[in-house]
Design a protein around this ligand. Sequence first.
Ligand code: PHE
Length: 481
Amino acid sequence: MSGHNVWTHKGTFLLAAVGSAVGLGNLWRFPYLTGENGGGAFILVYALTIFAVGIPILIAEIMLGRTSRQSPIMGMRHLTKTHGTSRAWETIGWLGAASAFLILSFYSVIAGWAIHYTWLMLTGSLVGADAQTISTGFDALLAAPGLMTLYHTLFIAASALIVGMGIHKGIESGLRIMMPALFVILLVVLAYGVINGDIGAAASFLFTFNIADLSLEGWLQAMGQSFFTLSLGMGAIMAYGAYMPSNVSLTRTAFAVAIVDTAVAMVAGLAIFALVFGAGLETGQGPGLMFVTLPLAFAEMPFGALVGGVFFILVLGAAISSSISLIEPVAAFLVERFDMTRPQAVTIMVIAAWAMGLLTVVSFNLWAEGTIFHTLFGRTAFDFIELLTNIFMPVGGLLIALFAGWALTQSEVMKELGSSVAWFKLWRFLVRFVAPAAVAFVFLRTLPQVEGYLIPTLGALLIIGAFAASQRWLKKPRQTT
Ligand code: PHE
């Protein structure tokens, strides 16, 4: 093994995993996707996948990291050797690296918007502004590729510095204060929404489950979002699991992460939609949703400039603690595999993701709807990258579930889970059958209708490949039960 360190403090893994999970996915992506997909139906599919699929896979992913104690790709290589399975299971690592790279590319651009709003808040530029002014201001930001690139560069460089210098393990104490503070400010915004917005309309929008409201692509987005928000299926959690002490309860930690993450998303969703309905804004306005509704509350509330400034700083903190978990698995792999130094590995990963991020930048202006790019491909580059991650992450999760469910032995898993046989059996049933069936169901239901021929073909190949391969790859020499 590669001399992997183990975090000495018991709560460190939980903190790091919550840091990774809670981010723009909860505050920005969850509300905007829910709004675009008609509310409750989206939330129903999202919540079902979190609990029936997400939590079991979360446990599986931590488990793979903790037993191998290496970066995802090298860790899978190690596990395939010790379990006599095919090396093809390394796909989990490779697919994860691809997802991490794609996500980081757009994540950094969106986090860049939060830099812009931190600035607007702290300078008091939006004090007293009305909805019209705020949304015009947001459109102006989208129309400025240069400015967006500048923010994107700042954010990704800051993330790279933290991971490159290896201090991400030291930002614990920061997270310990920031995460609760973020939650408290969200509650303040929610309270403001209850008083000045329309919380009743928000609640009925979010919690009226009419499954017929959900479009086919909505199903895919809801499942993708549940993986995205838990940082699942791409190696981030596996990479952190490699540092988790053996005596910490896997199950309890996984539930804690999922519950905190879901709570943050729900509070953010309620607050944002209370404001949306209160001010008569559009629910389905897309990626700008959070950036035009929350500033509206800060524009009017007492000390709003300060509260808003602190809020966006905390958003940036939550985003950075997620983006470093996107860089970590890929960087750790490059270090282990190619003997690079940490800074070299991080530099390569980040420069590539930065360049890819420019595609997201221009998706909102030069190559937006109505341009030749959009006409040719039917969607913007940003939409396309999001679609790919909505497919890649569940496929990665599916493979993780299958490997953990079928390749690991009962005694190994029992040692990791450290709990009752009944829970072990339930968990194994979930990862062996329920999670794969749910992922396959959503793919088969949606992929054939999405995006002409390219995506269905890609998706079908991935699913068939995953199942076929899992049968072959799992064959092991008889003596190694
Ligand atoms: N879970 C993070 C969020 O919700 C995003 C993320 C995805 C981080 C995958 C790491 C890995 O913001």
